[in-house]
Write a protein that binds this ligand. Structure first.
Ligand code: NAD
Length: 483
């Protein structure tokens, strides 16, 4: 059985089609075949979605929080029951192998729905004594929130935004990436099957212009974007015009530092996860792998052997470990970076080529002898290309790791835990790992510093990003006026 969206948009509790919108073809990355045709939202469709959200939010905010939470938790249970068919849809939408999607997408979405469902009723204000008088605070919803997604994790991104928004009494209009538009529609279906009242979670399709029109609509209180830094700049600026709340989950060029006392196999495993999972299309990837000089050749030798053993192929085959890039444009972009690596003098250790045949496959690629100024060490590639750089001292590597405009993530592998904490405390990144990489449980805040973003998703931190505080001063005695 396969989850199958019934139309392009999901508005006010039902599927909506409007073929007047420009077509969006969904291409299966493993074959290059068009598997669905959707349509961009016209201004009328966007208006319906925002109107439905604004109307539904008022009653939703007045509901007992525990009732809101129960609906989200029911949706989480449905997602888990339907994990396999949702994973197949995620694979069709993105080309990521089923081996990954079975454990990383609908399951992660369900985690968020479960976590924030449980948290809904725990959000309270505080009471502040002032002697005779006092102040109390109320955590209120923001209103209508807009979510805009990137293409790499369409189910997860929809749920990471919808779950806290809905739990704390907001409504959401979500625009998936035009490249992977299918999964969010099924998330909407499931939320409504779980009992979510119509209008609270709406999905509208479209490219950048559709997203831009949502961001500036006067009915919108908050915008949460997952995307690239250039898009983040535009969306942040547009949201600022209406002084809207924002969460910006943007790109990165994260450092992964491997000291010579680290467990070599664990460090290699971490580096491979942080570069090749989802064909390298993960924002938090540790794409600058700094390896201490004494272990460099041993590291590269084992890394090469393990990388060349990665099973590439049909994403629907559960034995496949790596699938294609998302589309032809991304494949060409990544091949361009591989070319730049070669031209600028990096040493190709393995990979570097496109696979013949259908689909947008690139071999997992490792460059050694990469220097800090090379293009592949400075720009986000978003593909399976690992850059290995050498270093000598702790002080040096911290300075070089921080020498980037991004600040999403960072990792350290070492058996000296004192050093691990000392190094992490100096790294300019929103999310760090010690002797692990790229794990993002819903319990932990996730997000970036510097150009990589503003705000945090997941964890208790999300409360502050989907609510606002009302402060109420209560006078308990006569008003002391000098007039
Ligand atoms: P993108 O920036 O091209 O697009 C992201 C979304 O923004 C899409 O839905 C797109 O239609 C929309 N958009 C584009 N222009 C817009 C505008 N002017 N106004 C409103 N919306 C607009 O990103 P992408 O190529 O889909 O995704 C890859 C990028 O996302 C990478 O840089 C990656 O690092 C980043 N990313 C970040 C995280 C994170 O949590 N930090 C997670 C996943 C991906």
């Amino acid at each position: 059985m396969r989850a199958q969206p019934q139309a392009s948009h999901f508005i006010d509790g039902a599927y909506v089609e409007d073929s007047a919108g420009a077509p969006i073809d969904v291409v299966y990355a493993a074959s290059g075949e068009t598997i669905a045709r959707l349509h961009e939202a016209t201004p009328a469709v966007i208006d319906c979605a925002l109107a439905a959200a604004a109307r539904a939010q008022r009653d939703w905010a007045r509901l007992m929080p525990v009732e809101r939470g129960r609906i989200l938790q029911r949706a989480a249970a449905i997602m888990r029951e339907r994990n396999r068919e949702l994973s197949v849809l995620e694979t069709l939408d993105t080309g990521k192998p089923l081996q990954e999607t079975l454990v990383a997408d609908a399951t992660s979405g369900a985690d968020a729905l479960e976590y924030f469902g449980g948290m809904a009723a725990t959000v309270t204000g505080e009471s502040i004594p002032l002697g005779r008088d006092f102040v109390y605070t109320i955590r209120e919803p923001l209103g209508v929130c807009v979510g805009i997604g990137a293409w790499n994790y369409p189910t997860q991104i929809a749920c990471w935004k919808a779950a806290p928004a809905l739990a704390f009494g907001n409504a959401m209009v979500f625009k998936p990436s035009e490249v992977t538009p299918l999964c969010a529609l099924i998330v909407a279906e499931i939320l409504h099957e779980a009992g979510l009242p119509a209008g609270l979670f709406n999905v509208v399709q479209g490219r950048g212009a559709a997203g831009a029109s949502l961001v500036t609509d006067p009915r919108v209180a908050k915008v949460s974007l997952t995307g690239s830094v250039p898009t983040g700049r535009k969306v942040y600026a547009a949201a600022a015009e209406g002084v809207r709340h924002v969460t910006m989950e943007l790109g990165g060029k994260s450092p992964l530092i491997i000291f010579d006392d680290a467990s070599l196999e664990d460090a290699i495993g971490g580096a491979m996860l942080g570069n090749f999972y989802s064909s390298g299309q993960v924002c938090s990837n540790g794409t600058r792998v700094f390896v201490q000089r004494a272990i460099k050749e041993r590291f590269l030798e084992r890394l090469k052997a393990r990388t060349e053993a990665i099973a590439m192929g049909d994403p629907m085959d559960e034995a496949t470990q790596m699938g294609p890039l998302i589309n032809a444009a991304q494949m060409e972009k990544v091949l361009g970076y591989i070319e730049a690596g070669r031209n600028e003098g990096a040493r190709l250790v393995t990979g570097g080529a496109r696979l013949n045949g259908a689909g947008y496959y690139i071999q997992p690629t490792v460059f050694a002898d990469v220097t800090d100024t090379m293009t592949i060490a400075r720009e986000e590639i978003f593909g399976p290309v690992m850059a290995v750089l050498d270093f000598d001292t702790e002080e040096e590597v911290i300075a070089r790791a921080n020498d980037t405009e991004f600040g999403l993530s960072a990792g350290v592998f070492t058996s000296d835990l004192t050093r691990a904490h000392r190094v992490v405390s100096q790294l300019e990144a929103g999310t760090c790992w010690i002797n692990a990489y790229n794990l993002a449980p819903v319990e932990a805040p996730f997000g970036g510093s510097k150009l990589s973003g503003v705000g945090r998703e997941n964890s208790k931190a999300a409360v502050g990003h989907y609510t606002q505080i009302k402060s109420v001063y209560v006078g308990m005695g006569p008003v002391d006026a000098p007039y």
